[in-house]
Design a protein. Sequence first.
Length: 538
Amino acid sequence: MDFFEQNDLTTKANSRSIISLFNNASRVQNFTVKAANLCLDYSKQNIDEAELKALVSWAEASNLSKSIQAMFFGEKINNTENRAVLHSVLRSPLNIKQKVLGEQAQDVLQTEQKMAEIVNNVHQGKLLGITNKKITDVLAIGIGGSYYGVKVGLSALKPYHVPNLSVHVLANIDGAAVAEKLEKLNAETTLVIIISKTFTTQETMLNAKAVKEWMTSQSSSKKIIEKQWFAVSSNIKKVKEFGINESHILPMWDWVGGRFSIWSAVGLPLALAIGNENFSKFKQGAYAMDQHFQQTPFDQNMPILMALIGMWNRNALKYPSLAVLPYDHALRALPGYLQQTDMESNGKSVSKEGKKLCWETAPIVFGQEGTNGQHAFMQLMHQSDDIIPTDFIVALQGSSQYQENHKILVANCFAQSEALMQGKTSQQAIDELIHSGLGSDEAANLAPHKTMKGNTPSNTLLMAELTPETFGSLLALYEHKIFVQGVMWQLNSYDQWGVELGKKLGNEILAVMDNASSSHSLSASTISLIKAFDEKSN
């Protein structure tokens, strides 16, 4: 990682304007790459050809190719949990599954067939509710990786939803969220899917219990849970104890991390929403990006280029954040999804060997759909001293009949990337104000308020339109980008021990609340907060 300490590389970048790089007439052509129905224009990044070439050479010399093959072929690269990382194999053809998974490929194939059968049976009215009414709603209960992939997929592929079936997701432990979901549902026509690898996740099981109580109170049959509930879990014993039919259980494998599990049976709610054919296309789009990632030279490899440029911004130019701005209402949940996949994966400060790292890792990821963000945090992006690299994502063709709206949306996307790069100098502001009729003194006084720093780097990701294939490619692109950065930062992207501490302390606090434990490690502040809750609730 001493690569970024080479002053002859970074000093020049810190002192130049991005727009000056466009003096090279072939800049856009040389800094654009296409793959799997996506087009990445990274010409507005603050990096020149020599610097990019040095980055690529560094990656090649760092045995990145070997790490890529190790992941795809099932080596246990998640060293702290002694697991392989094989979510990508779930979207590959059968011959690759058999080569990588061996005998377990048959288990994967059977699960895919079972998923497809469930989807067909619901859509064709073969799988009915307890009173023989057709299923009209699906409620998926999970949290974290067992929720976010489904959530972003449901909104992204809304135009592809099958008619007469609504799919809902429930994650928030707040009882108000449970009540809000149940108000919309009819117990007799609702299919419930619980997604939890251990079937002990506190939020998921509490919500499942509340929904179970609601459903049984609404039905005269004690077999409604057995008939209308499914589970995606590895804890068959716990699922059966809950009352779910064993034939309604789909497996989870320890080589599929939660935040990358949409490709597994965790994707059943999405498959129910969009149908088997579109779910297959979704996986095919991801597989196309997998192939590009594995086979393409680094200097034309979209995930690798995004990863290296992201590291350039983070470690060379010292920018701590990344804004993800999809100019597409359907992708409004994507920034939240990428917050998890990026920050939960690479938000680490120790190496795979457990040694303290001497460099920054994951950026702070945030974002919102355009154009809403322009009327919120983008003020800070334009006029504060902070430079925030940005990924703009937009489909050239809209999914609605309102084509003039879409044209203006796309124009705003392109304008924001240009404005972040160009900025506005004080003299430009003065000239504009004088041209509008102000006197020179008044213009000079107002100009500082209308000056914008510019020089903010950005990527623009284009797709012809948002389809199941392009959405699959998009998710796989970011998965591989995150993987590459984890390898280069020398950390394990696939554990999340930081999440466990909060769970442990949550159970300790509950024990104190229930007077089940007088022994604790809690601070005086937290004990005071517990007392405030007790006083109000009793």
